[in-house]
Ligand binder design. Structure first.
Ligand code: DGP
Length: 114
């Protein structure tokens, strides 16, 4: 399992990020290349390379990530709506091999995503 990636370095505070939320299990920080007025990444501190690597042991963690996303969306003023995205592997558009949930909002988002 890959245990060295840029998001892990953000978790370990070895490289800086604009942190929006942190607790013992997860970290949320603003995306360096925002695709919407609000674009936050919510990640587990535990290394899970892709969505496809999730196991039964991650059930509670996944629920936690979603609840953090909902709380952050409210705090960041996304009362009119938002989108959560998890890109998985190459064809899914994943570029960083550490599971992350994109929280996007602050404008009308198009569908289909392309
Ligand atoms: P994905 O394509 O789903 O793997 O999304 C990776 C996102 O991570 C992409 O939107 C850009 C963002 N990103 C990559 N490197 C950094 C970084 O060093 N800092 C921050 N804040 N965001 C990063």
């Amino acid at each position: 399992m890959m245990t060295d990636n840029i998001f892990l370095k953000i978790v370990e505070k070895k490289i800086p990020a604009r942190i929006a939320y942190e607790d013992e299990r997860c970290l949320a920080f603003h995306d360096v290349n925002p695709q919407a007025p609000t674009h936050v990444l919510i990640i587990p501190k535990k290394v899970i390379p892709t969505h496809a690597d999730l196991t039964d042991a991650d059930r509670d963690l996944l629920g936690h990530l979603h609840l953090v996303a909902a709380k952050l969306a409210e705090q960041l003023g996304l009362q009119d709506g938002y989108r959560l995205v998890v890109n998985c592997k190459e064809q899914g558009g994943q570029t960083v091999p550490h599971l992350h949930m994109h929280l996007l909002g602050g404008r009308s988002l198009h569908w289909p995503p392309g």
